[in-house]
Design a binder for this molecule. Structure first.
Ligand code: AMP
Length: 125
């Protein structure tokens, strides 16, 4: 589905292929709606990507098209994954890149979960 300002979902994006089992992933959590796996190029001691199984291009697409229940359940699950990874104390960071200015490389909605050491400034510079 095309959403104003967003490109159409590409079913052959890397994360769609991971969801179909066509590419390997180090999965740390999965349920019927959500999968979390290690980022292939970690930027922190813990760097996990949390994704919905459903096809959304980005955070912007997700919050426009998903039901309220889907949105709430997804973000609760992000928090659950962080808890299960032992990140609640002393804390962690979540981030989602949207579109070219956001630096989004993979056009399947995902939240980055970073932790395991002090993460420093929110943005470089
Ligand atoms: P973004 O710039 O927010 O779209 O981030 C995409 C992330 O996906 C990057 O941090 C990549 O390192 C990560 N990535 C790309 N391919 C894979 C893969 N096959 N398995 C795990 N992580 C990946």
């Amino acid at each position: 589905m095309t959403v104003a300002g967003l490109s159409t979902y590409d079913p052959d994006n890397v994360f769609a292929r991971i969801l179909r089992g066509e590419l390997p992933a180090k999965t740390v959590f999965e349920d019927e709606n959500v999968v979390a796996f290690a980022d292939i190029s970690p930027k922190a001691p813990v760097h996990v990507l949390v994704i919905p199984r459903a096809a959304y291009v980005s955070f912007a697409d997700f919050v426009k098209r998903a039901s309220g229940t889907e949105v709430v359940d997804f973000f609760r699950t992000v928090g659950l994954v962080a808890t299960q990874l032992g990140l609640d104390d002393p804390g962690y960071r979540i981030l989602s890149n949207i579109g070219p200015h956001g630096g989004q490389e993979v056009a399947h909605f995902h939240v980055h979960l970073f932790g395991g050491h002090p993460l420093g400034a929110m943005l470089p510079g």
